[in-house]
Write a protein that binds this ligand. Structure first.
Ligand SMILES: NC(=O)c1ccc[n+]([C@@H]2O[C@H](COP(=O)([O-])OP(=O)(O)OC[C@H]3O[C@@H](n4cnc5c(N)ncnc54)[C@H](OP(=O)(O)O)[C@@H]3O)[C@@H](O)[C@H]2O)c1
Length: 273
C-alpha cells in the first residue's frame, strides 16, 4: 500500500479568488498541521491550481504532498501531456506526487495506465491513481496491462454516505489500492455537516470527547486503516478544530453512531458530487 499522509486539505475553496483561504492553507502547511493538498485542473478551470501555486511559493515544496487530477476528456494521446504540463506550470513545480484520473467517463483505461506510467518514468509524477471508480470500474482498470499500478481511488465517503463500506473498501484493501475520501465533511452543498450538527448522538459524543461535529466526521473516515481523508476549509480556526479528529478514537462510539448513520447492508452504487 502506498504511504502518504492520513489527512489532506482540498482546494475547491479556491474556485473563486479567496485570499483568506490561501492564507489559512499556507499557515496550516507552514505550521506542519497538514502536508497533503488536493487540487484538479477542473477546479475553477485552473484557478485553484494557480492559487495553490501561490501557496506553494511560500512553502518548501518538499513539505507538501501534492495531488492533482486530469479530466477524462484530456486523458487522450493529444491531451494528456498538454494537461499535465499546464498543471505543473500553474502550480509552479516540476513534479506532482500523485496524479489521478478525475472520473472514468469514456477514458481509454489502457491508454491512461500507459500514459501515467510514462509520466512516472519521466519524473513528472511520482504515483498515479483514479477517482470516482466503483468496483466494476476498478476491475476493468485492473484487467488492462499495467492497470494494477494504480495506487489510489479517491471517492466520496463520509458518515452520511457509507455505501463504499459494503464492497469498494474491501476490494481496494484486497488489491492494495489506498482509498482517499473526499467531502469528508459533506461539503457546503450536501448539507451533511448540518445533519451531523443536529444529530443527538454526535452532539453527545462531541461533548464527551471535546470535539466538534466536523472533527467527529473526520475521525469517522480516519478509522478506516490506510485511508487518506480530504477536507476543505477557508478558515484557519476550522482547520485547527477539524484536525482534532485526527487523534480521536471513535471505536467505542460506533454502535451509537450506527443508530443514526447505519452501515450499508447491500450494494450501493458509488455516490459522486
Ligand atoms: N475527486 C472528486 O471528484 C472530488 C469531489 C469533491 C471534492 N474533492 C476534493 O475533496 C476536497 C474536500 O471536499 P469538499 O470541498 O467537498 O468538502 P468538505 O471538506 O466536505 O466540506 C467543506 C465545507 O465544510 C466547511 N467546514 C469545514 N470545517 C468546518 C467547521 N469546523 N464548521 C463549519 N463548517 C466547516 C467549509 O466551510 P469553511 O470554509 O467556512 O470552513 C466548507 O464549506 C475538495 O476541496 C477537493 O479537493 C474531490
Amino acid at each position: 500500500m502506498i504511504n502518504m499522509p492520513e489527512v489532506g486539505l482540498g482546494t475547491t475553496v479556491f474556485w473563486n479568488r479567496n485570499e483568506d483561504a490561501e492564507e489559512a492553507m499556507g499557515r496550516a502547511v507552514n505550521e506542519g498541521l497538514v502536508s497533503l493538498i488536493d487540487t484538479a485542473e477542473m477546479y475553477g478551470t485552473g484557478r485553484s491550481e494557480e492559487a495553490l501555486g501561490r501557496v506553494l511559493s511560500r512553502c518548501r515544496r518538499e513539505d507538501i504532498y501534492l495531488v492533482d487530477k486530469i479530466l477524462p476528456q484530456n486523458a487522450t494521446k493529444e491531451g494528456f501531456g498538454r494537461s499535465l504540463k499546464r498543471s505543473l506550470m500553474r502550480l509552479g513545480t516540476d513534479y506532482i506526487d500523485l496524479y489521478l484520473l478525475h472520473w472514468r467517463e469514456k477514458a481509454d483505461l489502457a491508454f491512461v495506465a500507459d500514459a501515467m506510467n510514462d509520466a512516472v518514468k519521466d519524473g513528472l509524477i511520482l504515483h498515479w491513481g483514479v477517482s470516482n471508480f466503483d468496483v466494476s470500474d476498478m476491475e476493468d482498470l485492473f484487467a488492462v496491462e499495467h492497470g494494477s499500478d494504480c495506487c489510489v481511488d479517491q471517492v466520496l465517503y463520509n458518515i452520511c454516505h457509507r455505501g463504499i463500506e459494503y464492497d469498494l473498501l474491501p476490494w481496494l484493501k484486497e488489491h492494495d489500492v489506498r482509498p482517499m475520501s473526499y467531502s469528508t465533511l459533506g461539503s457546503a452543498s450536501t448539507g451533511d455537516l448540518k445533519r451531523c450538527e443536529c444529530d443527538e448522538h454526535i452532539r453527545r459524543i462531541g461533548e464527551e470527547m471535546g470535539l466538534s461535529p466536523a472533527a467527529i466526521m473526520l475521525a469517522f473516515d480516519l478509522r478506516t486503516h490506510d485511508l487518506t481523508a480530504l477536507f476543505s476549509s477557508s478558515t484557519y480556526k476550522h482547520i485547527v478544530s477539524d484536525l482534532k479528529g485526527l487523534y480521536a478514537d471513535l471505536d467505542p462510539y460506533m454502535a451509537e453512531l450506527d443508530k443514526s448513520f447505519p452501515a450499508p447492508c447491500g450494494k450501493v452504487p458509488l455516490e459522486k458530487i
